[in-house]
Structures are given as C-alpha cells and as structure tokens.
Ligand binder design. Structure first.
Ligand code: HEM
Length: 152
C-alpha cells in the first residue's frame, strides 16, 4: 500500500468520484458520464482549471487576449455538459464558426486537448470518461484546426 492509500484509508476518505468529499454511498457507476463525474460543479471546476492552464501557457495565451473569459468558460462548460450526456442548454456558436479564422495549427490543438485530458485525469475522472473525451477531441479537430488551404 502506498503512503497516499494508507492515509486515505486511515481517514476513511473514499475516492468515489471527481470531487473530494463527495457523500459516501452516492452511486458512481451507471448514469451519464456527466452525473458520474459530479455534474455541473465538477464540469465548472474542470473548465476553470483547464483555462487557467491554457492561459498560463505562453504559446496559447495570445489567442485569448481579447476574449471575455467568463463567457468563454460558461460556453465550454455547457458544451462539455452536452458531450458528457448532461442537459443541453448550449447557446454558443458551433466549433467551426468559433475557430475557423483564428489560424489554429495542429500543434496548438494538441496542446489545448492535452490540457483538457490532463485536467480530467488530475481530477480523477473515471478512465472511460477520459477516453471518451480523448475520442471526441480527435473527432472535432477538423472543425477547430485551420486547414492549410484556408486564408488566415
Ligand atoms: C479542443 C477542442 C476545443 C473546444 C471543445 C473548444 C470550445 C470552444 C467554445 C465552446 C468556444 C465558445 C464559442 C462561443 O462563445 O460562441 C470557443 C471559443 C474560442 N476558442 Fe475554443 N475550443 C477548442 C479548441 C481551441 C483551441 C485549440 C484554441 C486555440 C489554440 C481555441 C481558442 C478559442 C478562442 C480564442 C475562442 C474565442 C473566439 C472568439 O470569441 O471569437 N479553442 N472554443
């Protein structure tokens, strides 16, 4: 047993989901991925951490210089909610409309996608949910990355 596991069991702290301190006995299996990771609170926390990491990366920060981040966070949270099987209240633009014209190269897309996956892993999201997000990131890449033949 590692020291961390020993500490967790000695304090009776169960690692049942994304959020520490989740009430004991709350089901973590079954239900939508959205419910399983902890619903709106978990998605909002993930988005906040994710954008903090993106904005701290000098290669990426420039894209967001004149972006109003509260609205940005809200839209990504609503989009992730839909993707994870939660309620659909997304009222932002489509991915193509929001990103084509920004001139995003594949390398920057990988970096941003990497931060999203790393954030979910850091929050201890279930592995199948992380895999699902990874697959979704592969699927939507063409909508976000600027194709070489596009005027930038
Ligand atoms: C990885 C997949 C991505 C998803 C799911 C995503 C999601 C979103 C969403 C939901 C919006 C808000 C749209 C709106 O408010 O109408 C947005 C806007 C934006 N995204 Fe992304 N994004 C992704 C990748 C990227 C990447 C790789 C970059 C830059 C390197 C980027 C830069 C931006 C910027 C600058 C905006 C604001 C555009 C504006 O306000 O005109 N995004 N994105």
């Amino acid at each position: 047993m590692t020291e961390t596991e020993a500490n967790a069991s000695s304090t009776g702290e169960a690692r049942t989901g994304v959020l520490p301190g989740r009430p004991a006995g709350e089901p973590v299996d079954g239900g939508s991925a959205y419910q399983r990771i902890g619903g709106a609170v978990a998605v909002q926390a993930a988005v906040r951490i994710f954008y903090d990491r993106v904005l701290a990366d000098p290669e990426l920060a420039g894209y967001f210089e004149s972006v109003e981040m509260a609205g940005q966070r809200r839209h990504l949270a609503l989009m992730l909610t839909v993707l994870l099987g939660g309620p659909d209240t997304y009222d932002g633009r489509g991915l193509t409309e929001a990103h084509q014209g920004l001139g995003i190269p594949p390398a920057h897309y990988s970096r941003v996608g990497g931060y999203l996956v790393a954030t979910l892993e850091w929050m201890d999201a279930p592995a199948d949910v992380v895999d699902y997000i990874r697959a979704a990131l592969e699927r939507v890449e063409p909508q976000v990355v600027t194709r070489g033949d596009d005027p930038v």
